[in-house]
Ligand binder design. Structure first.
Ligand SMILES: Nc1nc2c(ncn2[C@@H]2O[C@H](COP(=O)(O)OP(=O)(O)OP(=O)(O)O)[C@@H](O)[C@H]2O)c(=O)[nH]1
Ligand SMILES: [Mg+2]
Length: 378
């Protein structure tokens, strides 16, 4: 409590106080600024590979290896070398490590708790139910990590799948509509993770041969592989089977485009739940977690929950050169310097798809908007 000199007027007191307050604030703001500078230096040293760094599994190599095929909130489902399923909890040693579908882990068998009320009694053929019978103690180095930018500051990245080889983006020829920018964003994610990229057009039976998605034209010119399929009619499915051999393929796309339906056609044993569409022509979020599905005919498919959009926050802007190859190098130095509405600019660039400039600018700005936690290993 501040004491005032006798005779000091009320206003003076207030003035005094205000001055002290301002002094205090300016001190604080200096502190804040220094803190922000520190953070910024951290961001400059942003290491995109930090997420691939995991605790050393060397002390645990005597334990058996398994693949993490699905994450739940309290436990994970593992597939063992002989293809049996095992439910496991995570050891305290892995605290702070984020495991994801596709991770190769080392586990130890722990005694089963006979009557833990949290878990149903038995495991069914799909690995649902049953109490954990093992504990994951280590995770093996990842060959790749597919991730997207996190939604807010507490969540720097959202991990999608580890150890995949290819990303196949599914887009329905009609219903649900393809959101602008989804394909470019998915290309960024694939490039970042080092995965091959393909587009599957689904529900081909719903539209005539000559109708196709106009958004695909620029990708076709870039030489991106585009496959037209109808899971319902079984069209375009056999070539996919060949492409899948020995590969791990992640399916990504809006809810309701038919990812799970496609998996069921390629791998009937999976018998995944599929959903209809709402009356607005959008999906119903039928799949709720990514699922690793090794196929009897070779290869592995990873079914994922439907996405609305993909954030590219925190990704390296240098990747955009490959996603937008039609732009000259000087534009890629700062695409926002151009006015995307200006006719002359667009004429000068001789763009076949002028709307791509806006798309490029949007991704460019979003990438810079790096999350302060994105350089933290988690
Ligand atoms: N006509 C037609 N309908 C299809 C085709 N493939 C899927 N559908 C329908 O599309 C709807 C949604 O299919 P899902 O496989 O559940 O879609 P999803 O992409 O897995 O959706 P989420 O799990 O919500 O992400 C279902 O009603 C399917 O029957 C197709 O090739 N042709
Ligand atoms: Mg699904």
């Amino acid at each position: 409590m501040k004491k005032y000199r006798l005779g000091q007027s009320r206003e003076a007191q207030d003035l005094d106080h205000r001055e002290a307050y301002t002094r205090e604030r300016s001190g604080e703001s200096k502190r804040r600024q220094r803190h922000a500078e520190r953070l910024e230096t951290g961001i400059e040293a942003h290491d995109p590979l930090a997420l691939l760094r995991l605790p050393d599994p060397a002390p645990w190599m005597h334990l058996p290896e398994a693949t993490l095929i699905q994450r739940h909130s309290q436990w994970v489902d593992l597939e063992l070398a002989d293809r049996t399923l095992l439910r496991a909890t995570l050891s305290g040693k892995l605290k702070g490590v984020r495991l994801v579908c596709g991770d190769k882990v080392r586990y130890s068998v722990v005694p089963v708790e006979p009557d833990d009320p949290r878990f149903p009694a038995s495991v069914n053929t799909r690995g649902e139910g049953g109490s954990p019978e093992a504990q994951v103690v280590a995770v093996m180095p990842r060959t790749s990590l597919l991730k997207r930018g996190g939604g807010d500051d507490r969540e720097p990245w959202q991990l999608i799948c580890a150890n995949a080889d290819e990303l196949w983006v599914c887009a329905a020829v009609v219903d649900p509509p393809l959101r602008p920018g989804l394909l470019e964003r998915a290309q960024v994610l694939a490039l970042d993770a080092g995965l091959s990229f393909r587009v599957l057009v689904t529900k081909r039976d719903r539209a005539s041969r000559k109708d196709t998605l106009p958004e695909l034209d620029p990708l076709r010119e870039q030489g991106v592989a585009i496959h037209e399929t109808s899971a319902l009619k079984g069209e375009g499915i056999e070539p996919l089977r060949d492409l899948l051999k020995d590969r791990v393929v992640v399916l990504l796309g809006h809810s309701g485009v038919g990812k799970s339906t496609l998996v069921n056609v390629l791998h009937p044993e999976a018998a995944l739940k599929t959903g209809g569409l709402t009356r607005f022509g959008t999906g119903k979020q039928t799949t709720t977690a990514a699922r690793w599905l090794p196929l009897a005919t070779g290869g592995t498919l990873v079914d994922t929950p439907g996405i609305r959009s993909l954030s590219v926050r925190g990704f390296d802007r240098a990747l955009l050169g490959q996603v937008f190859p039609e732009f000259p190098a000087e534009v890629m130095e700062d695409p926002t310097a151009l006015d995307a509405e200006d006719e002359d600019t667009l004429d000068r660039l001789e763009l076949a798809y002028p709307e791509r400039l806006q798309s490029l600018q949007r991704l460019w700005l979003e990438m810079e908007d790096r999350n302060p936690n994105q350089n933290v290993w988690r």
